[in-house]
Every structure is written in structure tokens, then in C-alpha cells.
Design a protein around this ligand. Structure first.
Ligand code: PLP
Length: 426
């Protein structure tokens, strides 16, 4: 009965776990209303009221601004678009640098390249997986324009330290909180502590409206720039207006009315859905803590964690077995949503080979860029070791992870751990 499924035994989890679904009647009713009205987007790329979008978009933005406690919430059609707006709004010049983390989704870093600026990667903290402020400070030079921190997996980066650095060197601070809506940092919502923050509303994120994103800021000037970049800036700027016209290449990053209606319904449930992930994480913590060689997630004193990902570290030396064998064994027992490593963005071919635009190394080889950036192996040793060897994650927003299902997952870990000797010999 205790034979590993990997070795031909019965899998501990026999049926597929329930998917995580937060969508219900509220979304259906909200979408019906939009369908009846028959206007699915009410944006116009010209000065006037419709420049800021339709009724549903405006309602969602108002709700989001109230919820997160910010002056401005600005809806976009994805968080990738949101990041591009945010970087552009800083007024960045081609060849300037933004310091970010390699432990994130690629869009964090590519948003910088979209403005012909250069991403520089600072290594992460091995306990929280967030960007390490000490490493950030070491990378600052006269080209540095901003810090783009990521509240990875659902927990805020060390915003106090990052703020101090940003202030000291006169840098803008952007927070990619794609994975952390509803998480708190010193009793404020993640994302609201930066010059510009924001969230993804994509599938598997805490709020899922199809595709979408929401920017948050307390800065009126930045908010105006974000809105301009979102909607074909140059089309509406009156040349007599005393505007800052840099980075005003227009995009269409506009959210539609159906997505806005769904997102509004989901925002009402955000606290409840974050709580449900926190409950699952708590249960996992309690169930896994007795296993040797496994570190459950560390939650900082100033933080609550939204648990988009439940991130573990395994002590391979102590266990004497590779992560891959453990993952294979857990998968065979039916544990879903496992992440064997996460991301080393600096090692993507795009960066490694510096082939963002064409094949001639632009923007790194451009005469606008006076620096030399290191994307080599060894430049972010902690993120590299975690990715290659010791990080094991569970994507908590993929499956329901109700009490029963989670207890099966815990049992599966125990089963694998009680067979570690055997795995070692495989
Ligand atoms: C999902 C994600 C993004 C991109 O968001 P989209 O809405 O999918 O464009 C950016 N950064 C991080 C950290 C993410 O997890």
C-alpha cells in the first residue's frame, strides 16, 4: 500500500483535483447586462469623455481605486500592457537602465526593453524569493532610472528598503504585483506603496476576467501619462497643451466592457479568494512541517501572503536525492500544479544572446547605451541555484485545494518522504 506510484504502487490521489473556480452567478449577471446593452467597448481615441473608456471600465476603476485605497486605478487589457505603460510613464530614455529581478515572469523585464531601455537583474533573497535591496543598490549607476520590484508569489518585496534606495538615488519605484492583489504590506495593499503598481487579471491570477490588468498610483501626473499611453496618446494631445511629450507613442491597451464587468464582480470576492489560498497554505504548513529537508514559505513580519504560489525549498544534501526524483514521485502520486524551479529571466535566449530587436544586439549595442550588463550564469547565483536545484512550488490558484484535497496532497508528500531511501537508490 505504501509502494510509490512511481514504482508501480497505487497513486495516493486517485481522481483529478477540482480546478479553482471563483466565477459564479455574479459574473454571469454582470456579463448579461453588458450583452443586453450591446456596447462592448466605448473607448474613443480622441479628446473627450470617451477617451477614458466606457461605463463598465470606469466603474471598475472607481471600485479598484476605493478597494486599494489609491487616487487612481487605471484598467488595461493585460498586465503586460500595464507594465509597458508604467515604464513609459517614468519618462525613461533609450539606453537607461531599470533594475529588476530574474525571478519573475518574462513580461516584467521585456516591458523595459519595449522602451529601448536595459533591464539589469539584481539577485533575490533566498527566503522570500523577492529582489534583494542590497543587491539593487550595488547595481545603481548614472544610467539607472527606476527599480521594478515584483511581489512574487503573493508577498511584497522589502518596500521600505527599496523606497529608501529609490529616494536616495532619485529613482522611480514600480511594483509588479501581478501575483499579489489583496496581500498587505504594513497594512497597506501590495502595489500601493510604489510610484506605480498593478495587477494581472489573467487566467490563474487571483482575479480572472479573461485578459486584463489594473494600474494603481497616487500620482496625478503619472496617472495622466498612463492613460495617454493606454489610448493612442498622440491622437489626443493638443500641441498647445503644455504636456510632457516624451514616450507618447500610442498603444491600444484598452480594456473592454465585458472584462471590466467580470473584473468588478471578482474584485468583490478578492479578499475571500485570497483567504481561501491562505487557508490552504496554512494547512500545507502544518502538514509538511514535520518533514525533514523541506522549508515551508517564510512570510515577512510586515507582510501577509496571497499565495498565488506556495513556494518550498528542499535540502538536497540532507535528503541525498535530486529534486527531479522527488517531483516525479509526487506527480506519480497525483499531486498537481507542481513547479520544478521557477524562472531565471536573465538566462532567456533574448537576454543571453541579446537579440531583442533583430539580431544585431539592439538596444544593448546602440550608441545610446553606454553600459555593459551581465546576463551570464553566476550573475544571480541565488536565483540560479533555486531554479536549478532547490525550489519546488505548488501553484495554488490552479486547483481548489479545499481541506480534503489538500490533506491528500500532504499525505502524498509524506508517502514520498517515507520512501526517500528508495528514491535515493533509483
Ligand atoms: C502574470 C504576470 C505578468 C503578466 O500579466 P498578464 O496579465 O498575463 O500580461 C507579469 N508579471 C508577473 C510577475 C506575472 O505573474
Amino acid at each position: 500500500m505504501n509502494t510509490l506510484a512511481l514504482l508501480g504502487g497505487d497513486p495516493l490521489i486517485k481522481k483529478k483535483l477540482q480546478p479553482y473556480v471563483v466565477t459564479g452567478r455574479e459574473e454571469l449577471e454582470a456579463v448579461k447586462k453588458v450583452m443586453k446593452k450591446g456596447v462592448f467597448s466605448a473607448y474613443i481615441a480622441a479628446a473627450g469623455d470617451s477617451f477614458m473608456g466606457g461605463e463598465g471600465v470606469k466603474e471598475f476603476e472607481q471600485k479598484a481605486a476605493d478597494f486599494f485605497g489609491v487616487r487612481h486605478a487605471i484598467a488595461v487589457n493585460s498586465w503586460t500592457s500595464g507594465l509597458i505603460c508604467a515604464v513609459g510613464a517614468t519618462g525613461i530614455e533609450p539606453g537607461e537602465e531599470i533594475i529588476t529581478t530574474p525571478w519573475t515572469m518574462s513580461a516584467t523585464a521585456t516591458s523595459i526593453l519595449h522602451w529601448n531601455a536595459i533591464p539589469v537583474f539584481a539577485d533575490i533573497d533566498s527566503d522570500t524569493f523577492n529582489i534583494d535591496p542590497l543587491k539593487v543598490e550595488k547595481l545603481i549607476n548614472e544610467r539607472t532610472r527606476a527599480i521594478l520590484a515584483v511581489d512574487i508569489f503573493g508577498q511584497s518585496a522589502d518596500m521600505k528598503a527599496l523606497h529608501e534606495i529609490a529616494e536616495k538615488y532619485n529613482l522611480k519605484l514600480i511594483s509588479d504585483c501581478a501575483q499579489s492583489p489583496g496581500a498587505l504590506y504594513k497594512n497597506n495593499y501590495a502595489g500601493t506603496q510604489a510610484d506605480i503598481g498593478g495587477f494581472s487579471l489573467n487566467y490563474h491570477k487571483h482575479i480572472h476576467c479573461g485578459e486584463g490588468g489594473i494600474l494603481v498610483t497616487n500620482d496625478d501626473y503619472l496617472a495622466r501619462k498612463l492613460c495617454l499611453i493606454r489610448n493612442h496618446a498622440e491622437a489626443v494631445i493638443d500641441s498647445n497643451e503644455a504636456e510632457d511629450l516624451s514616450n507618447m507613442l500610442g498603444y491600444n491597451f484598452r480594456m473592454g466592457e465585458i472584462e471590466a464587468a467580470i473584473a468588478t464582480s471578482q474584485l468583490n470576492k478578492l479578499q475571500q479568494s485570497v483567504k481561501s489560498r491562505q487557508d490552504a497554505a496554512k494547512q500545507l504548513n502544518e502538514g509538511l512541517q514535520s518533514l525533514r529537508g523541506i522549508d515551508t514559505p517564510l512570510v515577512g513580519q510586515d507582510c501577509t501572503h496571497a499565495y498565488y504560489v506556495y513556494g518550498l525549498k528542499i535540502d538536497l544534501k540532507l535528503l541525498g536525492v535530486s529534486r527531479n526524483k522527488i517531483v516525479q514521485a509526487l506527480k506519480a502520486e497525483g499531486v498537481p500544479a507542481l513547479m520544478e524551479g521557477y524562472a531565471n529571466i536573465h538566462r532567456l535566449p533574448l537576454f543571453k544572446n541579446k537579440i531583442a530587436y533583430g539580431i544585431k544586439g539592439f538596444p544593448w549595442t546602440s550608441s545610446f547605451y553606454k553600459g555593459e550588463v551581465d546576463y551570464e550564469l553566476g550573475s544571480c547565483p541565488i536565483a540560479e541555484d533555486l531554479h536549478q536545484n532547490t525550489f519546488l512550488g505548488v501553484l495554488l490558484t490552479m486547483f481548489d485545494f479545499n481541506k480534503t484535497d489538500t490533506s491528500y496532497v500532504i499525505e502524498a508528500f509524506h508517502k514520498v518522504w517515507s520512501n526517500i531511501e528508495l528514491l535515493r537508490k533509483l
